[in-house]
Design a protein around this ligand. Structure first.
Ligand SMILES: Cc1ncc(COP(=O)(O)O)c(C=O)c1O
Length: 362
């Protein structure tokens, strides 16, 4: 008996491994492993979520109309050129379903975000890695890997798991070098945290005027709604229409939509979140550099540490976990010599600093 046989394309896919979230036997873990919002959730979003409970028996709006209008207003963009997904993760999958056939390929920078790879593999397409220069995206290396069968190019700016970012001039150079038949997915999951970077731009204007650019954004980071899974994308009408064809009709939940609208309107929470990341990221980098630990210059809400040896990173990861401090080992990204640390509350950062010093000493 063999049972149903899955398509060959999906047999080799490894299930996504998230950052650690629990310590066996510990009452409380300091979770610095998933790039969540250190300030939690906007109180206004929380209230909107609870208020939505009365309507749970109803199907949500198939077009997420209220959220669509709110995002369009906030970013001054056309509502009909938006699509919403179960996190931006779902939008990557929709793009792969819409554009990748067997024999096609997608290109990503060497240290690309894990969800892209899974979505490309599920379509039986090839993912090509373009080497980076010292953990920074190399546009020429990406362009070198493009051919007639390249249908999608992924770029997160800032990137995860490195935290590095490239200036807008480089993003433009990438887009200009692509054939129009290749869709550039500009993943802006951390874009708001890079505002202070000279020459940074999330690419909204590029997505407005180019025929092949889709900019994705998320409510999981800045807006503190990772648990509700709300992401969106903005791009050419033809691309949005293609993605809409493969989207499940009711992919947004009504409470998710309500909370996202309230979060979008809570400028105080967003401002405080950005200020918190700016402050804690600088403090974390100073602390680590003071101990002689190398970090990748970060423009996201986390800092990635680079060690000389894989074994050193693994030992620190394990010792920290043993003390209840959870950071993100990056072996599944092929960066086994690195650890990623999310900027968390001041209290959690203090706990990290104390335990990290002990760990280095031990
Ligand atoms: C680069 C990048 N893109 C997208 C996402 C996914 O975000 P979402 O929660 O919207 O699916 C993440 C989450 O960690 C990320 O790091």
């Amino acid at each position: 008996m063999t049972g149903p046989v899955p398509r060959p394309a999906i047999r080799g896919i490894g299930v996504y491994v998230p950052g650690k979230s629990r310590v066996e036997g510990a009452l409380r873990a300091v979770k610095l492993s998933a790039n969540e919002n250190a300030l939690g959730t906007s109180p206004k979003a929380r209230a909107a979520y609870l208020a939505a409970a009365d309507g749970l028996f109803r199907y949500p709006d198939v077009r997420a109309g209220a959220l669509r209008a709110a995002v369009a207003r906030k970013f001054d963009i056309e509502p009909e050129r938006l699509i919403f997904g179960v996190g931006s993760d779902e939008i990557f999958t929709l793009a792969c379903m819409a554009y990748l056939d067997l024999g096609d390929n997608a290109v990503q920078p060497e240290w690309g975000f894990a969800a892209w790879r899974l979505a490309v593999a599920a379509m039986g397409a090839e993912m090509r890695n373009a080497p980076e220069r010292d953990y920074v995206v190399d546009v020429d290396a990406i362009l070198d890997r493009i051919d007639a069968r390249t249908k999608i190019v992924f770029l997160a700016n800032p990137a995860n798991p490195t935290g590095s970012a490239i200036p807008y001039t480089e993003v433009l150079r990438l887009q200009r070098g692509l054939p129009e038949t290749a869709l550039l997915v500009l993943d802006g999951a951390y874009a708001e945290f890079a505002r202070a970077m000279p020459g940074f731009d999330a690419g909204l204007d590029l997505a407005r005027r180019a025929p092949n650019v889709l900019m994705t954004r998320t409510f999981s980071k800045l807006y503190g709604l990772a648990g509700l899974r709300v992401g969106w994308a903005y791009g050419p009408e033809s691309v949005i229409a293609a993605l809409d064809r493969v989207r499940l009709p009711f992919n947004m939940t009504a409470p998710g939509e309500a909370a996202a609208i309230a979060a979008l309107e809570d400028d105080d929470f967003a401002r405080a979140s950005i200020a918190h990341v700016d402050r804690e990221r600088a403090a974390l980098e100073d602390f680590l550099h003071g101990l002689g630990v190398r970090t990748i210059p970060s423009w996201a809400n986390f800092v990635t540490l680079v060690f000389d040896e894989d074994a050193r990173a693994r030992a620190i990861d394990e010792r920290l976990a043993g003390r209840g401090v959870l950071v993100r080992g990056l072996a599944n990204y092929g960066m086994a010599n690195c650890l990623r640390v999310t900027t968390a509350s001041a209290e959690d950062m203090a706990a990290f600093r104390a335990e990290f010093e002990l760990t280095l000493a031990g």
